[in-house]
Design a protein around this ligand. Structure first.
Ligand code: C2O
Ligand code: CU
Length: 491
């Protein structure tokens, strides 16, 4: 995001002095640089300033991450998408409740956009908040190669802050030569072989940006986990930010007691009030892997750094406020129909994986492993959905469940696997009902939610958007290992 120009800093200075006088906060201003053409193609990038060579990646408009799209709530987003890759792709607008035909799921809601082809996306954006866009074909590989970007849908009356910062948290799986692994390693069950020697996180694609704060400054940090596989549990040393929104939807502001878990695809909005002196630094750490390996050291992702120039007097900032709520139809829990979705893992010989058949045998040969090698297959209620390994077309499978338009459903996700699943359902927003039978302490509306190991998570929604919608785990290895499907909302 470039918003540097002379008038910007002058404007900012005027605004800050006004704000300091009133201890009312101004709210961030942005240059409107949303492109009208989005092209998926090759990108040469240098995610880490210390690396000696460029990384050959893929990106939108030759950038990793892609350009941030900014639109006002209720406005239209209109974009021509062009595919400069050598394989089909599509663009999905993660979390936006738009008509099915615009949802961008290649081979399900639209044909894949072939190499050299284009597709015009146009839709009215109903909800405010932080969203993101990414391919929905061969996405385990396409996202991991660098195809992702943030979407900011601006609220009419955002919570007052001095500044807004966006972080797309992306985990680079690079080889020793700072390259992304080639095709083979991205094939299904890439876990069969070690492939990346450095997985390292960046904020906004290139070079971990620090969070720069000033004493007395209020900053809205908006985080989206765009990683193909990595989940985060974030801790900000000596800082206790307020959580004000999940997946763009307001929550009653609260201070998280534990590290903040951000699964793949999830977004969280935080409010930081700077309270330290210029020159001080604090680590931002990820504690997610400690859930499985408690002895591991947490990873330092980046730092909070304090800059010169105190703003408002500490302690004089107004109470933290949440963004205005989005208009989501509230489910009537008493009237709801209940549906259980059991998440399971089973082992199959690679040559006998359902729907994959002969391709599995070829894959095994490619990896130099016997066709009898057992690989994990991930399922929902015993159902799996795979993309064809060559065309990336989704196989055909009956919807996992069906809904009547306008009716309320309670979905309970029962995790019977030894790991966690960041689940995502398209086209709808969900009320978080309970976890292991315990109601959530805060009302939360989400489009993506973690089902951790050992958890049963219940959500509820009004099926108000007709079409066949994706339901899947957002960890690339799991969605591409079977944990995908559709649900149908009858028109
Ligand atoms: Cu973020 Cu089905 O996608
Ligand atoms: Cu999963």
């Amino acid at each position: 995001m470039t918003k540097g120009n002379a008038s910007h800093s002058r404007r900012a200075a005027i605004k800050l002095s006004l704000a300091a006088a009133a201890v009312g906060l101004p709210g961030a201003t942005w240059a409107r640089n949303t492109p009208t053409v989005l092209t998926a193609g090759r990108a040469q990038v240098k995610p880490f300033s210390s690396q000696p060579t460029m990384t050959e990646a893929w990106g939108y408009n030759a950038q990793v991450c892609g350009p941030t799209l900014r639109v006002k709530q209720g406005d239209w987003l209109k974009l021509r998408f062009e595919n400069d890759l050598k394989q089909p792709t599509s663009v999905h607008w993660h979390g936006l409740r738009i008509p099915n035909a615009m949802d961008g799921v290649g081979s399900i809601t639209q044909p894949g956009v072939p190499p050299g082809g284009s597709f015009d996306y146009a839709f009215k954006v109903p909800d405010a908040g932080l969203f993101w866009y990414h391919p929905h074909m061969n996405s385990e590989k396409q996202i991991a190669k660098g195809l992702f970007g943030a979407i900011v849908v601006e609220e009419e009356a955002p919570p007052p802050v001095d500044r807004e910062v966006i972080w797309t948290l992306f985990d680079w799986g690079l080889t020793d030569a700072y390259q992304l692994p080639g095709d083979r390693a991205f094939a299904l069950w890439r876990g069969m072989k070690p492939f990346a020697t450095r997985t390292k996180v960046t904020t906004n694609g290139v070079n971990a940006e620090q969070l720069v704060l000033r004493k007395g400054e209020r900053v809205r940090l908006r985080i989206v986990n765009t990683s193909a596989g990595r989940r985060f549990a974030l801790k900000f040393d000596r800082h206790h930010p307020h959580v004000i929104a999940w997946d763009g939807n307001a929550v009653k502001p609260y201070i998280a007691a534990k590290p903040i878990i951000v699964g793949n695809g999830e977004r969280v909005d935080l409010i930081f009030d700077g309270q330290f002196e210029a020159g001080q630094r604090f680590d931002v750490t990820d504690h997610f892997d400690q859930r499985y390996k408690p002895d591991l050291e947490p990873t330092v992702i980046t730092q909070i750094r304090y800059d010169q120039g105190a703003l408002h007097a500490v302690g004089q900032l107004p109470p933290v406020s949440a963004p205005p709520p989005n208009e989501v139809a509230m489910p009537d829990l008493a009237q709801a129909e209940r549906i259980d979705i059991t998440l399971e893992q089973s082992l199959y010989e690679i040559g006998k994986v359902p729907q994959i058949g002969q391709a599995g045998v070829l894959l095994a040969a490619l990896h130099n492993v016997p066709a009898q090698t057992k690989v994990p297959v991930w399922s929902m209620n015993g159902k799996v959905l795979f993309e064809d390994l060559q065309t990336f077309q989704c196989g055909s499978a009956a919807p996992i469940f069906r809904c009547q338009l306008g009716k309320t459903y309670r979905l309970r996700f029962i995790n019977k696997t030894p790991t966690d699943h960041p689940m995502h359902l398209h086209g709808h927003t969900f009320l978080m009902v309970s976890c292991n039978g315990q109601p959530y302490p805060t009302q939360m509306l989400r489009d993506s939610f973690m089902v951790l190991r050992g958890e049963s998570v219940e959500v509820a929604f009004v099926a108000d958007n007709p079409g066949d919608w994706m339901i899947h785990c957002h960890r690339g290895l799991h969605s591409h290992g079977g944990m995908m499907g559709t649900f149908r909302v009858d028109a």
